[in-house]
Ligand binder design. Structure first.
Ligand SMILES: NC(=O)c1ccc[n+]([C@@H]2O[C@H](COP(=O)([O-])OP(=O)(O)OC[C@H]3O[C@@H](n4cnc5c(N)ncnc54)[C@H](O)[C@@H]3O)[C@@H](O)[C@H]2O)c1
Ligand SMILES: [Fe+2]
Length: 372
């Protein structure tokens, strides 16, 4: 049985300039990024590559419509696609490394296979998705009213490049939402029945690095994150390696309808669901990987290894970063709870197959209801 796959070669540079030089960015390259990231870090280098700014095609998280509009504007043939950005930029760019990515919906519906065409270089500027090491691209499918992940080996990057300098301008809110996402990747993959000793090595280490960083931020305030950005970036890549192999599960599955309908940032919508899903698991099973993970997290959380105590301590630590909201505060209605439940059952079987304990229709509904 396959234990671990890390396809991209992993690189680390202290500065964007060092990365640009080492990779010889120039003609034949298409850099997909945001202007507010490109200008300060690459602008003075006067690179001869083509550049496409994602924010010109809409705010918020990526959708199939946004990706189609960007694709229409890519004129020349490029040898390399170089994504420098958060999960939004990276996930869209993965599609552009494919042969004939449009119509994108056909790829997501499995009507056409994903076939790799171009070299792909991924440079994350948030510390959350781990997308630089996974073969997954997640889009809101506007016509379907939900988010969906496409997983295909053709979308693995050739190179994943960590440049901590690029995170220095990341606003605290996005630092918080993205690193919570990474923490949830680490937790869900560690609990996944498809996990193993090797994936948990990465998942546990990622969780530990993130929690120790959070303790410092809770004690000393948001600026305490600055010297730790390299650690958070690496932790997010480790969590990506873990979930890219072992899978994410119900937290992500249940958060997708919320994120898609009410445009809640990915990490934030996961955060809204996280504690509810964990509590539901604990009602079903407190042993196995749940007990093992809890014992591991109790160290950095400085609490008892009882799973209830661990998740209570975790909830309280996370609340120092960001206030958790009830679903109704995002505009969710009681009717949505049934709609969301149906949407999870219909669209998220890929993720729900990785649940720590089976969650049936009634349980999914009750998780939403308890968080409402
Ligand atoms: N493919 C995967 O494996 C995977 C895994 C998890 C999440 N995702 C997807 O990733 C997306 C979320 O990605 P994200 O959390 O990285 O957020 P994001 O890419 O949406 O970025 C959040 C905001 O921060 C800005 N930003 C990013 N980096 C910045 C920087 N260094 N300085 C200043 N501003 C910066 C962005 O422009 C954006 O406005 C979601 O669509 C989610 O579904 C994908
Ligand atoms: Fe995620």
């Amino acid at each position: 049985m396959r234990q671990l796959m890390i396809k991209p070669t992993l690189y680390r540079y202290d500065t964007a300039a060092a990365f640009a030089e080492a990779f010889g960015l120039g003609p034949g390259d298409l850099v997909i990024t945001n202007e507010y990231i490109y200008k300060p870090y690459f602008g003075a280098l006067d690179l001869k590559c083509d550049v496409l700014f994602q924010e010109k095609y809409g705010q918020g998280e990526p959708s199939d419509d946004m990706a189609e509009a960007m694709y229409r504007d890519i004129k020349d043939h490029h040898r390399r696609i170089i994504a420098v950005g958060g999960g939004t930029v990276i996930d869209i760019s993965k599609l552009f490394a494919l042969k004939d990515p449009s119509p994108i919906l056909e790829l997501y519906d499995g009507v056409r296979p994903a076939v790799k065409e171009k070299e792909l270089v991924l440079v994350p500027t948030t510390c959350g998705t781990g997308s630089e090491v996974t073969n997954i691209a997640i889009l809101a499918l506007n016509s379907r009213g939900t988010k969906k992940g496409l997983a295909a080996d053709a979308m693995y990057a050739d190179s994943a490049v960590l440049v901590p300098e690029l995170l220095s301008g990341l606003p605290f809110r996005f630092f918080a939402t993205s690193s919570i996402d990474a923490l949830i990747h680490a937790v869900e993959s560690s609990l996944s029945p498809n996990g193993n000793e090797t994936t948990r090595l990465f998942g546990y280490r990622a969780a530990e690095m993130i929690l120790r960083g959070y303790q410092k931020i809770a004690a000393n305030g948001p600026n305490a994150r600055i010297p730790l950005l390299g650690d958070f970036l690496l932790a997010s890549t480790y969590a990506g390696i873990a979930f890219g192999n072992a899978g994410c599960a119900a937290v992500h599955a249940l958060s997708y309808p919320l994120g898609a309908k009410y445009h809640v940032a990915h990490g934030e919508s996961n955060y809204a669901l996280f504690d509810g899903v964990m509590r539901s698991y604990l009602e079903l099973d407190r042993g196995g990987e749940m007990a093992a993970l809890s014992a591991h997290l109790a160290g950095p959380l400085e609490c008892s290894p009882e799973p209830e105590a661990v998740f209570a301590a975790l909830d309280s630590l996370l609340s120092t970063l960001m206030q958790k909201k009830a679903l109704r505060e995002y505009g969710v209605t009681e009717e949505d709870l049934t709609e969301f439940t149906d949407s999870v059952l219909l669209n998220q079987s890929r993720l729900m197959a990785n649940n720590f304990a089976p969650l049936d229709r009634d349980r999914i509904y009750r998780i939403y209801q308890a968080l409402f």
